[in-house]
Write a protein that binds this ligand. Sequence first.
Ligand code: 5GP
Ligand code: MG
Length: 174
Amino acid sequence: MTTDSAIQDVVFSEEAIHERVRELGREISSAYSAEDRLVVIGVLKGSFLFMADLVRVIEIPHGIDFLMASSYGDSMVSRGEVALLHDPKTDLEGRAVLLVEDIVDTGTTLSVLLPHLEERGASRVDVVALLHKRLTSGLVEPRWVGFDAPNSFLVGYGLDHAETFRHLPYIASL
Ligand code: 5GP
Ligand code: MG
């Protein structure tokens, strides 16, 4: 059995993702000015492809950095605890931060990361999430969302299951 044969359905095609990322780039570009000293921070590893495509369509000058939060590991369900494994080295004092997330599920990850970035001195922190399952308490909502996601386990375009499928150019459900 090849890894790809475990995939059931393509949920968002490569073309649909490409088109939506371009729209997000336009919206984000109009929301910031050079004085905001924008820094775009990707949440590793799941956001790496989205981040790479998104920054190429953001027309405001910006810095780039990454942080890493603990993941689900090999599990498909949230354990409800989040640890910061890598804190960005960039000085965030007085800068607008755009946090780039692959997918928001319960919102637990964001509820830990946002206060942390504010404590690091960011003048404002906004979130762009490619996917949103809308299972959150509603306390922490991304400012921009690529797609509303079905409540199934998604892989591809950066998203993994046990470190497989990240390379797929589309998003599929297992
Ligand atoms: P939350 O903290 O909002 O419950 O979960 C957010 C994180 O859980 C995401 O950044 C992602 O790493 C992981 N996650 C949530 N749903 C999925 C999914 O359907 N597929 C994959 N691969 N990861 C998911
Ligand atoms: Mg993640």
